[in-house]
Every structure is written in structure tokens, then in C-alpha cells.
Design a protein around this ligand. Structure first.
Ligand code: GDP
Ligand code: MN
Length: 346
């Protein structure tokens, strides 16, 4: 078994995916990453894996985002990794700056408290800015205006398996909203008021809740493994967003955008350390149709310290079934068992 989805998949050898073809079989999609110049080597490693396992067959364009201009070296070396088109974009100031309603004294005070609770990066303003941008601003960048689907990548991640079909076409043909590889528990101290704020938003917008939502995966209403401590009613289960394949129309849509605006005003991107992963996950889990969310079991993936490693002859470089890079192979942080139990695979 290769774990790849069934059906009539678009395959590179059956269609024209040549890099510069105006008539190629590619759909409206791009590989995107927010990245720093200093992470060039790590990003080249990611690109090398993704090109080898997938994109050399499909030549989807890359769009690189940065809050400061990319260096010439960055542009040359990334373009040299691929036949596909590369585009280099600056994040608009108004999308990156700390919003006017955030009190920086209060930020510093909260950051100190979070540091004491061992919340990584809590004093680093740029980390909060990055999480906020990935939560609610990336899809507003003008460079993505003409695009429907994106695949987010990060520096220093690994791809282990040959994938021979066009995953963007798979998203489109199956009307998929979101695709993930890994989902896991989060540190509750980083998001104490995220669920209370979300409940406030839901109470004001009850019609936004999808009929086929992921309530049991999201909330603490069902029995949880002993060691997991939720965050005021939120299970903390989230799709790990350093990998995600998504439909930009969902994020640009009325529901998710209103949800982001509500969260942004509430201040938790700075006074707490809300990550884009739990924010995307709550948005998807509450407002999307669960049947349109897909686990890419066939995409072998690693971002330290977790993995998605299929048992398939198409994979090499990881141990089938391994979830955690530490001593205990599986780790208790995996949220997928609850996901499979209550949401299922689609
Ligand atoms: P972690 O995975 O939570 O440890 O966070 P990372 O350091 O990997 O950051 C997530 C993504 O955002 C990565 O692709 C980083 O390259 C990128 N990133 C984080 N902070 C900044 C920043 O200040 N500027 C830019 N341009 N990219 C950033
Ligand atoms: Mn990372």
C-alpha cells in the first residue's frame, strides 16, 4: 500500500507540467513560505526534499515572503534549486507592525510571565508578529490574490516519500478545504483565553458553526488521555501548520476573516502566545465541513521533533509509524487518535 488516495489522480507523466508552459495542467496554486535570509541553508534543504519527492514533476511556483528584503544570494540559491518560477515578496508594513491597540508595556509584562512558564519565544516580538501574520494576514498578500490553493513549507523540514500525483488537483477535484500531516496537543499556557474568546465569537455568530464540525476533537467535552491538560475547554488539539495545504478562499471567506478580526482585537497574539496552528485549526474545525479536511497520510514529513512516516515502499529516511524523534517513538502528544475516533479520515 502506498497510502495515496483512490480515484482518478492527476499524474505528471500523463499531463503537461513543464515549468514554463502557459497551458500546463497545473492548477491555481503555489508553494509558500515566510522565511528569513539567515535561514537560507535550511530552506534549501527543504526545497531539495520537496523537489526530489514531488515538485520536480509538477513545477509549482514558489512564493517567498519576508518582512525585510531578500538578499541576492537568497534569490539566486533558491531559484537554482528548481525549474519552477520563484517570486520574492515583502510583507506590507501594515501587515507586520504590532497593531495600534496593543499596549507594549502590557506585552512586556505578559511576556515575562509566559517566560516563567517556559513558553518558548514569548519575549520575542517578531515571533508573535509571525504567528499573527500566519493566522490572518498571509492570505491578504497581493501576491496571492490570483491563487486558490497554497502549500506552506518551512526551512529545515523533511519529505520522505515519492508522491506522483498533483496534490493541488486532488484538493480541487475533491473540494478539499485543508490538508494536514500531523496533529497534536499544544501548550495550554500559550493559549489560555483562546477558547473563551472563541466561545464569545460563536455566541455572537451562531450560524457560522458548520453542521459537520470537529467539536469533539476541539473541545474538552469528551474523555481525554490523562496527561493532557486542556486550555479552558479547548483540547489544544491542532493541525501542525508548518505543513499545510489549504484553500485560500476559505481563509478569505467571511467566517474565518470575522473570526480572525475578533481574535486580533482581543490581543492574545501579543498578551498570550497564540500560534497560527491552533487558530487555523479552530477556524477549520468550527467553520469548515470536516469531510473536506484531508489527512495526507502518504506525504512523509518531519519538522523537529515530530514525524508523519507512512509504511510504504515509496518512502525512505524515516521509520514507518514513528511520530516522535525522542526516545519514546510514539509520544503522548499525538492528537491523531482522537481525531480518527471523532472526526474520521476523509
Ligand atoms: P517554530 O517552528 O515554531 O519553532 O518557528 P520558526 O522559527 O520555524 O518560524 C516559523 C516560520 O516563520 C519559519 O518559516 C520561519 O522562517 C518564519 N519566521 C519566523 N520569524 C520570522 C521573522 O521574524 N521574519 C521572517 N521573515 N520569517 C520568520
Ligand atoms: Mn519551524
Amino acid at each position: 500500500p502506498t497510502g495515496e488516495p483512490a480515484g482518478n489522480l492527476w499524474r505528471a507523466d500523463e499531463h503537461d507540467y513543464s515549468p514554463n508552459s502557459e497551458q500546463s495542467a497545473r492548477t491555481n496554486a503555489a508553494l509558500i513560505t515566510l522565511v528569513r535570509n539567515e535561514e537560507l541553508d535550511q530552506l534549501l534543504s527543504t526545497m531539495s526534499d520537496l523537489e526530489r519527492t514531488w515538485n520536480n514533476k509538477f513545477n509549482y511556483p514558489y512564493i517567498f515572503f519576508n518582512d525585510v528584503p531578500f538578499t541576492e544570494e537568497f534569490k539566486q540559491k533558491t531559484q537554482a534549486m528548481t525549474k519552477a518560477k520563484c517570486q520574492y515578496e515583502l510583507v506590507p508594513k501594515e501587515h507586520w507592525e504590532v497593531p495600534s491597540w496593543i499596549n507594549m508595556d502590557l506585552f512586556l509584562e505578559s511576556a515575562k510571565m509566559l517566560e516563567e512558564q517556559d513558553i518558548q519565544y514569548s519575549s520575542k516580538v517578531s515571533y508573535h508578529q509571525m504567528c499573527r501574520w500566519n493566522s490572518g494576514l498571509f492570505y491578504k498578500h497581493p501576491a496571492l490574490a490570483g491563487y486558490r490553493y497554497y502549500w506552506r513549507i518551512e526551512p529545515n523540514v523533511k519529505f520522505f516519500c515519492d508522491v506522483d500525483y498533483d496534490v493541488f488537483r486532488y484538493m480541487e477535484d475533491g473540494n478539499k478545504t485543508y490538508g494536514f500531516t500531523i496533529n497534536l496537543y499544544d501548550a495550554p499556557q500559550s493559549i489560555p483565553s483562546l477558547w473563551p474568546e472563541t466561545q464569545r465569537f460563536l455566541a455572537a455568530n451562531p450560524s457560522y458553526l458548520s453542521d459537520n464540525n470537529m467539536w469533539e476533537w476541539i473541545t474538552d467535552d469528551v474523555a481525554r488521555p490523562e496527561h493532557t491538560k486542556g486550555a479552558n475547554g479547548y483540547s489544544t488539539c491542532h493541525f501542525w501548520s508548518n505543513f499545510e495545504i489549504g484553500d485560500l478562499d476559505f481563509f478569505r471567506g467571511e467566517k474565518y476573516e470575522a473570526y480572525f478580526q475578533h481574535l486580533d482585537r482581543a490581543g492574545g497574539f501579543f498578551y498570550e502566545r497564540w500560534g497560527d496552528a491552533p487558530v487555523h485549526s479552530l477556524g477549520i474545525g468550527l467553520f469548515a465541513d470536516a469531510a473536506n479536511v484531508h489527512w495526507f497520510r502518504d506525504i512523509g514529513y518531519n519538522h523537529i521533533p515530530y514525524l508523519n512516516c507512512p509504511n510504504s515502499p515509496k518512502c525512505s529516511g524515516c521509520k514507518a509509524g514513528q511520530f516522535y524523534q525522542g526516545a519514546d517513538f510514539l509520544s503522548k502528544e499525538d492528537c491523531r487518535p482522537t481525531y480518527f475516533k471523532y472526526v474520521g479520515t476523509h
